[in-house]
Design a protein around this ligand. Structure first.
Ligand SMILES: Cc1cc2nc3c(=O)[nH]c(=O)nc-3n(C[C@H](O)[C@H](O)[C@H](O)COP(=O)(O)OP(=O)(O)OC[C@H]3O[C@@H](n4cnc5c(N)ncnc54)[C@H](O)[C@@H]3O)c2cc1C
Length: 473
């Protein structure tokens, strides 16, 4: 049985950040994930915002890790060679909201957010011409940013792998057995051993705690639905636009993705743990609320509806250790968990070091970013095509993704095996037609690279096969 110093359960942004932090410190680490790819839980479906940190209650773990995480993101993204758009964020209000906006500002100051200011009507409407007419003022936080949450998570995992870490997918942890000073962690008939175990299982965190004899916590699951508009709406907003927050959360916002789509949402609807279906009621709620902050979006340009699930346990994050053991757990990592994750990882590593974890000097290996032909100048692209003609063959017309880019994703350190896995890495099927044109070509490329029949290729795991038997012939 393979032996590791640390086993992390769950490859969302928290587990991935910890994996990267440990492997960069030379710790022999395994990341165990029940799905067939990393970034398959809350991390794949959220607003993708690095929050500045004015929202959490001062003194909480949320506040502490939000601030530290948002400070870490720019250098982390540069190390990972992934994009971050340092566009700032706006919380908008009309005159009657001035007092609440000032309170938010004060809270930000207490939390240590840098550079915030209140922006008045004239300047504000110049910054964002599509704000609703009744918006008078806003809190501008320049340290807020936009990232691709799944790409950051994938990049962290890839970085961990090229620095000596191991990722085991399809490893649904169902048993944790302490033996002397070690743990045996199993999924069916597969097992690994580790000195330290960290539960980063998101929606599944209580179940994992139960396996280890750690306490279970009251949990609520809250669905957030989104509408995604195509790139033709680029420029509708230039940064995330939030309404004033309420007890129910940060409210329904208009934001942009790194690839120039506009995103509207999320709702906040109590749900079952893995319920990510989008309901008509949710869509109506988004349409009704969004116009309180911005002008009416062009709904003819909607290309996708999707939802993510928040795991809420009380008012704060729970990051604890089962006393007198080396089993650590993270519970209730809801928003701002994406922002906070690198700081949570840093904190957990410090705790493990205090408990005897040995780190060592390690020669850092940088991960290779995915080639993006769209951002290359003509000369570079010509040279690349000369080297490998597949970078000259467009497969996805909407996003202009070439066969070469798909092949490099298929051969990347974590070797994605599903259509969604390729999509999250290099974007085919992400555009206006949502795969209507490129999916047949993509399946052929995947089938030849993976040496399996097209009928076996799934959208996102077993049970989501795309072709019925025989149809691909
Ligand atoms: C609608 C919405 C909007 C949000 N917007 C933002 C935002 O803009 N900014 C921000 O900072 N935060 C945001 N968040 C919060 C953020 O998305 C989460 O805090 C973060 O993704 C949680 O990451 P995680 O790693 O804890 O969990 P997850 O991403 O859910 O990862 C947990 C992983 O554990 C795996 N797992 C579960 N059980 C097992 C098991 N038994 N064995 C092996 N693996 C297992 C799961 O498959 C999953 O991959 C938002 C959340 C939602 C839902």
């Amino acid at each position: 049985m393979e032996k590791f110093e640390v086993a992390i359960i769950g490859a969302g942004i928290v587990g991935a950040s910890l994996f990267s932090e440990l492997t960069r410190k030379g710790v022999k680490t395994v990341l165990l994930e029940k799905a067939d790819d990393v970034s398959n839980g809350s991390t794949k479906a959220n607003s993708g915002i690095v929050h500045a940190g004015y929202d959490p209650v001062p003194g909480t773990l949320k506040a502490k890790f939000n601030i530290r995480g948002s400070q870490m993101y720019p250098s982390m993204c540069s190390r990972l060679k992934v994009d971050i758009l340092q566009c700032g964020t706006l919380v908008v209000a009309n005159e009657s909201g001035r007092e609440d906006l000032n309170k938010l500002f004060e809270r930000g100051i207490k939390n240590g957010v840098q550079g915030m200011r209140i922006v008045e009507r004239e300047e504000l409407h110049k910054m964002e011409p599509n704000l609703a007419d009744n918006i008078d003022i806003a809190l501008f936080a320049p340290t807020g940013a936009v990232i691709s949450p799944y790409l950051v998570c994938i990049a962290l995992c890839e970085e961990g792998v090229v620095n000596g870490g191991t990722v085991k997918l399809n490893f649904d942890v169902d048993n944790i057995k302490p033996i002397n000073n070690e743990y045996i962690i199993s999924a069916g008939d597969q097992s690994v051993m580790a000195d330290f175990v960290v539960n980063c299982a998101g929606v599944g965190a209580n179940d994992v705690n139960k396996l280890a004899g750690a306490p279970e916590y009251p949990m609520k699951y809250v669905k957030g639905e989104y509408l995604l508009l195509d790139k033709s709406q680029n420029g509708f907003v230039h940064r995330p636009i939030f309404p004033l927050p309420t007890k129910a959360g940060k409210g329904i916002l208009a934001t942009l993705t790194l690839h120039h789509n506009i995103m509207l949402g999320p709702t906040a609807i109590p749900c079952e743990p893995y319920d990510t279906k989008v309901d008509a009621e949710g869509i109506s709620q988004i349409k009704e609320k969004i116009v309180q902050s911005v002008k009416q979006p062009n709904y003819k340009k909607i290309i996708k509806l999707f939802a993510g699930v928040r795991v809420v346990s009380g008012e704060d994050f729970i990051i604890e250790k089962l006393p007198d053991t080396r089993f650590y757990y993270t519970i209730g990592i809801c928003s701002p968990g994406l922002t906070a994750a690198p700081a949570i990882a840093e904190y957990l590593v410090e705790k493990m070091i205090q408990d005897g974890l040995q780190t060592r000097n390690h020669e850092f290996v940088s991960r290779e970013p995915y080639i993006n032909t769209e951002t290359m100048d003509k000369k570079q692209l010509k040279a690349l095509i000369k080297q490998d003609a597949r970078f000259g063959k467009i497969v996805c017309r909407c996003e202009k993704i070439t066969e070469g880019e798909i092949i490099q994703a298929l051969n990347s350190p974590l070797k994605p095996t599903t259509v969604d896995g390729i999509k999250r890495r290099v974007r085919p099927t992400m555009g206006r037609c949502q795969g209507g044109f490129c999916l047949p070509k993509l399946l052929k490329i995947m089938s030849s690279n993976m040496e399996c029949p097209e009928e076996e290729i799934t959208l996102n795991g077993q049970g989501s096969e795309i072709l019925a038997n025989g149809e691909s012939k």
